[in-house]
Design a protein around this ligand. Structure first.
Ligand SMILES: *Cc1c(COP(=O)(O)O)cnc(C)c1O
Length: 400
């Protein structure tokens, strides 16, 4: 069993700012609860008993460590040594469970009886419903009506797990509206509810908390690379970004090593000129969204705009403040991959390696073709999830 360090190695100040991004922009009556959450998080994450329980559940229940797989096909294709970090092999099929376990353990220790969460594609909803069942907590999931319609199988999974799925009808009835509804529910009843946010977004301390729970990914990459290659650090790490949690986890232990290239991959949707993208790092403006200041796609009135991507987990107009900061300072590179190239990368991986990636992760795979590597480069692509949920989209886009 691995003991994860979970230390804070993030460029965040005491007020939750990552350079110009982040902070705590919440209604007055939530301030007390946010402060309480911050204090409880710091107390428990330093507690060896909490840490042991987290380590043990990740090992026995989630199935960690996930493999670091050397891909012969991709290595040959792109002329470098390419590894895939197999977060798709986690229980429930994506990296989201790492964070859900951490926050649910915290909720339990804070004496909360009820967990609420937002979900877009349903992956975070399933992860939350799963840990709520495991730990005996009541669970409500806010989901846009449009997403409920598009992601039927995940809705059924949440119901099977005993969660109540609440349909959100306002706006375009997708993820962003679900976050608004969950924040409103928490604001109405902050003492009894724990809001379990699914990505490295939201008011401080959520982005830090989610990033630290997800840091297990890069901790394992270090151990596994050392074993496979003799070196702990790769030359390059690539991850797709929706809110930025799998990227935060995959980058975490390499952020302060400038020798490691960090590459974020955002969804270009139908193309950068189309007005139908989720490319908030490339096309966004600093704006307050869902409790923090970050890069946000905006409309003519500077209000948050609707995002679009074929991938339901990347279809969000904002991005977490850590990723906004890493891109702003040039520490992370930003690559944009559109729907078609993500689909092609998925077919290629399925047919050469026998792995069906999530549509989100396919964006990271497609980015391999847009980067230049030296022959002896060691590259890690974070395969954030598996593609079972995306089968209808994949098959309706065939033949390719
Ligand atoms: C939710 C999701 C993402 C996007 O979220 P991040 O917080 O940016 O990681 C990426 N991949 C998969 C498989 C997801 O389920």
């Amino acid at each position: 069993m691995i003991h994860y360090p979970l230390q804070n190695r993030l460029p965040v100040d005491a007020n939750g700012f990552y350079g110009p991004f982040g902070g705590t922009f919440v209604p007055e009556n939530l301030i007390k609860n946010i402060k309480e959450l911050d204090a409880e998080f710091r107390r428990h994450i330093a507690d060896p008993e909490f840490r042991n329980e987290f380590d043990r559940l990740l090992h026995d229940y989630v199935g960690r460590p996930t493999p670091l797989y050397h891909s012969p096909f991709l290595s040959k294709q792109y002329g470098a040594t390419i590894f895939l970090k197999r977060e798709d092999l986690n229980h429930t099929g994506a990296h989201k469970i790492n964070n859900a376990i951490g926050q649910a353990l915290l909720a339990k220790r804070m004496g909360k009886k009820k967990i609420i969460a937002e979900t877009g594609a349903g992956q975070h909803g399933v992860a939350t419903a799963t840990v709520a069942a495991l730990l005996g907590l009541e669970c409500e999931i806010y989901m846009g009506a449009e997403d409920i319609h598009r992601q039927r199988s995940n809705v059924m999974r949440m119901e099977m797990l005993g969660a109540k799925v609440i349909s959100v009808e306002c706006g375009n009835a997708t993820l962003s509206n679900a976050v608004d509804a969950a924040l409103a529910a928490w604001t109405d009843n902050p003492d009894n509810i724990f809001y379990l946010i699914g990505s490295a977004v939201g008011p401080h301390p959520y982005p830090e908390m989610v990033s630290r729970f997800q840091s297990v990914i890069s901790h394992e990459i270090r151990l596994q690379l050392k074993e496979a290659t003799g070196k702990e650090c790769p030359d390059c790490v690539i991850a797709c970004v929706g809110g930025g949690s799998n990227a935060a986890g995959a980058f975490f232990h390499f952020i302060d090593n400038p020798g490691v290239r960090l590459v974020t991959v955002e969804a270009g949707g139908l193309g950068m000129e189309s007005g139908k993208t989720a490319a908030s790092l490339s096309l966004g403006k600093p704006t307050v969204l869902h409790g923090s200041k970050t890069m946000v796609l905006t409309d003519f009135h500077d209000n948050p705009a609707e995002a679009y991507s074929i991938s339901p987990g990347l279809d969000y107009p904002g991005i977490g403040p850590l990723m906004a900061y890493l891109a702003h300072t040039g520490r992370a590179e930003v690559v944009v991959v559109d729907d078609d190239n993500a689909l092609k990368a998925a077919y290629t991986l399925a047919r050469t390696e026998g792995i069906v990636p999530a549509l989100e992760s396919s964006h990271a795979l497609a980015a391999l073709g847009k980067l230049h590597f030296r022959k002896d480069d060691i590259v890690v692509g974070n395969l954030s999830g598996r593609g079972d949920k995306d089968m209808e989209t994949y098959l309706s886009a065939l033949p390719l």
